[in-house]
Structure formats: C-alpha cells, structure tokens
Design a protein around this ligand. Structure first.
Ligand SMILES: [Zn+2]
Length: 418
C-alpha cells in the first residue's frame, strides 16, 4: 500500500479543485479564511486549512454535497451514536471507490479470491459498511453469504451448509455465537472459519495485546482476529495485517493526520485525534475532518512490509469522555471490565447527568446475576481496574435484550445517554 507521494499530491490537488468548484461549504470557508487554494500543493500545506468538525457537517449537511442529487447512486446516513445521523451521498464512482477500499482491506487481512465471507452485519438500513463488504468481496473475486446481524441458529446453519472461511462481525456478537454453539452441541472448533474481521469495537489494548473481548474469543476458539476501524465519513477503512499492530492507512483513499488539543501533529507512538482528508470522493468530500476518535499513531514501517502509518485501537471518542467521581473514563474501558466477567453475556452502560450536572454511570445487567456476592465482586473489580465503581441495576434478560437489540437500530446499543 505504499504510494508515490506525487500521486497523493496529485489526488490532493484534484480534491481541492473539486471542492473549490462545487462545495458550497468549502467555497464559503475558503472565502472567509482568505485561502488561496492554488498555494496548497502538498500534504504539509494542508495545515493552512481549518479543520472540519462533526458539528459543521451536521449543521451544513447538504452544503457539503458537490454533485446534483440526480447523480447520487446510494443514500446513506452515519450511525449517529451521540447525535442525529448525518446524510451522506455516494455517486457511482464513490460506490466503486468503496468497493476498491474494501477489496484492499480484505487483502490486507489476508483475504484471497478463494475465501468465502459470512456477513453478520446489516447490509441495508442506510448502512454504508454492509454494502462495502459485499462489493469488496465481489471485487476481490471471493464469495459472500449475507446472513445479517443476530440469528445464531441461521449463522451456524449457514456455516455448516456453505463452509465460509471468514466471519465479518461486531466482535461482541462472537461470544453469543460460541455460547449458542455450546448449548446446541455444535462443534464450532471443527468449523471452516479461520478468521474474523472485527468491526466497530476494539479487540486490542493500546499495546496490541488482546483486550478482554479479544481474549474471551481467542481463548475459546482458535481463530485469527483482524481489527478494522472505519466510518461513513471516511468511506475507507484502517485494517490490520497479520502482524496485528494497528490498522493500516490506505494512502490512495485518505490523508491521515493525528493531532493534539492544539491541532498539532502528535509524534509516532502518541495518542491524538484522528483527522482525515478524503481522496477521490465526488459526492461529499471532506478536508481535515476531525473524527473525534482518539488513537495512537505509528509511523514506523510494519513487519508486513507496508510503510503506511498505522492506527492503534480507538481508546475513546472525544465527546464520549466521562468525568465520573473525579476520574476520566472512556466507555471502552468500562466494556473491557464487563467483558472480563465470564457470567456476563449481556450488558448496557447508561450515562446520565445527576442534579449537579455531573456524569453518572449505571450498568444494566440480567436479573439472574443479582446476588450480593456478584455485586461485591463487580465493585472490587471496577475499583481495581478503573478506581471508581459505577452503579449496577438488574432487569430481566428479555428486557435487557430488548433494550440492546432495538429493531430500528443498526447496531446493538451497549452504551446509551439519557
Ligand atoms: Zn502490517
């Protein structure tokens, strides 16, 4: 995935020309900031441009669109965990770019044309990624079984019927899949699955060892896990190679910056906010878009031979930072503690404000765990891992399943704000 810097420079200049001609949003920004687009020639020159934020994108959504709506092939929305979903528009060329990204992403994760993928995410519901996976597998010459989310019975029936080699799933679904196999005498260890493409949730700690979820899967099942980090805004993915040392940037499709609170690039190995500039996008191209995601960045060449920068797991989202009893916590740290407890297979973290405007955290768990011994164990586990212990409440497993796997939502809701 090494790219000639001249090619990336050319792609950047094409992008600047495109947005200065067709994006009402960037035309206004360039005018207001007195920016001479012709003076921006290299990736380093990008620093002359202001950042684009999530709020800008939400507030001026359709001003970002660079083509008439009659040219749109696919209409999608972002997931909107913290805010209303934002609309994204893909032209035919954008859909093709997405397919290229995903084919290269699968190849980075060891995929070949002889693989058969089983898709355990939704392909509709205005979700970009599901469509991208299908097109990427097709472009690579591989096969795909589109089972969709949930439905453990149908997942195992499809695995036994079609012998897929790779699963694409939200990793927290995999323990449920294993539990179902155990409960129904399915010999999952003898299945044809050799690897899992894990989307949406981290499976590693910042030092690249498996986190509790990653451990929980690999201690039971001899499969290789590949982490990916992607978003609708990027229309591209950072995917791990077999080294498992962070997701590789695809420099044909994105320019990556990782910045500190002052907007300055952090050094290799340091934590910062991921900022992306999309290359080759027609519909909704973005310049210096601040994702809100906090990752470590690594610029050293990877043992796999690729020289593109790598991103470690998402430590948290800037807007999801919780200040709880004087301690700063990101939701993934709470998930990691909960994933470490074998008895817990369902949970929901509820973040709210108390009467003084301070953050409160409540973990909702299934009723059958409600014993004083369990509560005491959880309290000391949270104390030792995070220094603070959230409140625990218990509801029936049916109620909890209903709250997490809402029909109208594309992803399980492990975290909610009220
Ligand atoms: Zn690598």
């Amino acid at each position: 995935m090494a790219m000639n810097p001249e090619t990336q420079k050319h792609a950047l200049q094409q992008l600047l020309l495109h947005v200065s001609n067709y994006s009402n949003y960037y035309k206004r920004i360039f005018r207001e900031h007195h920016i001479n687009v012709d003076a921006i020639k290299t990736v380093d020159d990008l620093a002359q441009l202001p950042f684009t934020t999530k709020d800008d994108l939400a507030q001026y959504n359709d001003d970002f669109l660079c083509v008439p709506k009659s040219r749109i092939t696919d209409f999608v929305t972002t997931s909107g965990t913290l805010s209303d979903p934002v609309a994204f528009y893909l032209t035919d060329a954008d859909v093709e770019r997405l397919a290229t990204n995903e084919a290269q992403s699968f190849q980075c994760a060891g995929g070949t044309e002889s693989d058969i993928y089983q898709l355990m995410t939704t392909i509709d519901r205005r979700f970009m990624a599901g469509l991208a996976y299908w097109m990427g597998a097709r472009k690579m010459g591989a096969g795909m079984i589109r089972v969709g989310p949930g439905a453990p019975f149908l997942q195992w029936e499809s695995i036994q019927r079609f012998s897929p080699t790779v699963i694409i799933a939200i990793p927290s679904f995999i323990p449920r899949l294993i539990d179902y196999a155990i409960a129904n005498d399915i010999d999952f260890r003898a299945s044809t699955i050799k690897s899992i493409i894990c989307i949406g949730e981290p499976i590693r700690n910042p030092d690249f060892t498996y986190n509790e979820l990653g451990k929980r899967i690999t201690e039971q099942w001899d499969v290789k896990l590949y982490s990916t980090y992607a978003s609708t805004e990027m229309g591209a993915a950072f995917t791990e190679c077999s080294e498992g040392k962070g997701g590789h940037l695809n420099p044909d499709l994105l320019i990556l910056e990782v910045v500190d609170d002052e907007g300055k690039a952090v050094k290799s190995g340091e934590l910062g906010e991921v900022v992306i500039t999309t290359l080759g996008v027609e519909g909704v191209p973005l310049l210096r878009y601040k994702t809100g995601d906090l990752c470590h960045v690594y610029h050293e060449p990877c043992a796999c031979g690729r020289t593109s920068p790598r991103l470690g797991p998402v430590v948290g989202r800037k807007q999801q930072m919780i200040k709880f009893k004087g301690t700063t916590i990101f939701p993934p740290a709470l998930f990691d503690v909960l994933d470490a407890v074998k008895e817990i297979d369902l949970y929901q973290v509820v973040v709210s404000k108390n009467e003084f405007g301070n953050d409160e955290i409540t973990v909702v768990l299934p009723m059958q765990l409600q014993t004083s011994a369990f509560k005491e164990n959880m309290h000391s586990l949270f104390k030792s891992r995070l220094r603070v212990s959230p409140a625990l409440t218990f509801v029936t497993a049916e109620e909890l399943t209903f709250r997490i796997y809402k029909q109208e939502k594309r992803k399980p809701e492990k975290l909610i704000y009220i």
